[in-house]
Ligand binder design. Structure first.
Ligand code: GLA
Length: 391
């Protein structure tokens, strides 16, 4: 089994804390975002992949109405009664991800569960790296709890339960990308998502390329307002375009680059800059899909570089550290493409690479980063992997 060592640790901790074996265990992976940045909540397109690192959630029913959550990696426990399930404001705020997921699995009425549960979770996704450790926790939670309580829901509904937990318990107004990628991932494949119709398709990548994630040491926090302000600017821009364009516009998905050029004058300079990023990203994903079909990985990679430029110049969700990584990557012939991955403002870059040159690439990027900042980024080859499942 993938990540057997983590599974063993979680089960050992469960036995130590509660005695015996859990009734249900679920696994959910993190994700990388390959192309299409901040397009999900604009009802656009994304290429992503589930990664080979993830979170296990092991759970059994409680005898009464107590909810107990053990965060193995932090060595912390959170307990409450069913009637008291609500957002944790201070202290064990990590509990908001599983707690919020549980809350929305029961449509906001957790008391309806009847009995509580006792759970241990743990994983190996580095935190704050932009690899969606939080969505992995939500998806492992929702799969395990749905199985425990005998609730059947389709994958997209499960993804939306996790997203609602992010919005209401964790305080990040995210789209659906992270949860969907964790659920719909497939070994060796990308996930191509269309967030207007919630359609998810696996696209084979072939054996000649791989992804390398380079984690900067720059802070990545999406709950501190920068993510929300970008989303707001996109919504403001969509409203404006709905007023000036003749065809229906509900989201930036409905606006083309040509229309942006023609009508951007009516927007404030900042809102116009924000809007062109998801608009351009949608076009890049559509073009990228055609390039992948033709097997033109070099041209696909160059769209990734374009995507990063758009983040850097228009959306301003990059940072010096991520720019340094992408600039260094551009100078390496065995790197086909590179861009920031996920929310931005720190976190990781996603590189499309020739896997046989992985060591050389990691050494060159580490050297460039070290020269600029004195410390070293973390470089890891990522294998697109299976999506979340019950173990
Ligand atoms: C974060 C969010 C996602 C998505 C990306 C940017 O990962 O959680 O919903 O918006 O940023 O594409």
């Amino acid at each position: 089994m993938q990540n057997q060592d983590v599974y063993d640790k979680v089960l050992a901790a469960f036995a130590a804390k509660f005695g015996g074996k859990p009734e249900k265990v679920a696994y959910a992976p993190g994700r990388i975002e390959v192309l299409g940045n901040h397009t999900d909540y604009n009802e656009g397109y994304v290429f992503s992949a589930a990664i080979d690192k993830g979170t296990f959630f092991a759970v059994s029913a409680a005898a009464d109405d107590t909810v107990t959550l053990v965060a193995l990696d932090m060595n912390e426990t959170y307990t409450c009664k069913l009637a008291d399930v609500k957002k944790v404001e201070t202290g064990a705020t990590w509990a908001n991800y599983p707690l919020g997921t549980f809350n929305w699995l029961f449509d906001g009425e957790p008391a309806k569960a009847g009995k509580g549960f006792k759970a241990v979770f743990g994983g190996n996704i580095p935190l704050g790296a932009g690899l969606s450790s939080s969505a992995a926790l939500e998806m492992a939670t929702v799969l395990a709890l749905a199985a425990l309580y005998g609730i059947e829901k389709d994958k997209t509904t499960l993804a939306k339960i996790g997203q609602k937990a992010e919005h209401t318990f964790a305080g990040c107004p995210c789209g659906l990308l992270d949860q969907a990628s964790s659920l719909y991932g497939k070994e060796g494949s990308l996930v191509k998502s269309d967030f207007r119709y919630c359609q998810f398709e696996n696209v084979d990548l072939g054996p000649t390329v791989a992804f390398m994630m380079v984690k900067s040491n720059a802070k990545h926090a999406l709950v501190d307002g920068a993510y929300a302000s970008r989303r707001q600017a996109c919504e403001d821009a969509a409203k404006y375009f709905a007023g000036v364009l003749k065809h229906p516009v509900t989201h930036l998905r409905d606006v083309s680059c040509a229309e942006w050029i023609l009508y951007r004058g009516g927007l404030s300079e900042t809102t116009a800059k924000r809007a062109i990023h998801p608009i351009g990203e949608d076009e890049r994903v559509v073009n990228g899909a055609a390039l992948l079909e033709k097997g033109d990985l070099a041209a696909f990679g160059s769209l990734m570089f374009d995507s990063h430029e758009s983040s850097r110049n228009w959306f301003e969700n990059s940072c010096e550290e991520l720019d340094t990584i992408v600039d260094a990557a551009k100078a390496i012939p065995e790197v086909l493409g590179a861009r920031l991955s996920g929310g931005g403002f720190g976190g990781s870059c996603c590189l499309l690479v020739k896997p046989e040159a992985a060591d050389k690439i990691a050494a060159a990027i580490t050297a460039a980063y070290k020269t600029a900042y004195g410390d070293e980024p973390t470089c890891a080859l990522i294998k697109p992997s299976a999506g979340a499942h019950l173990v």
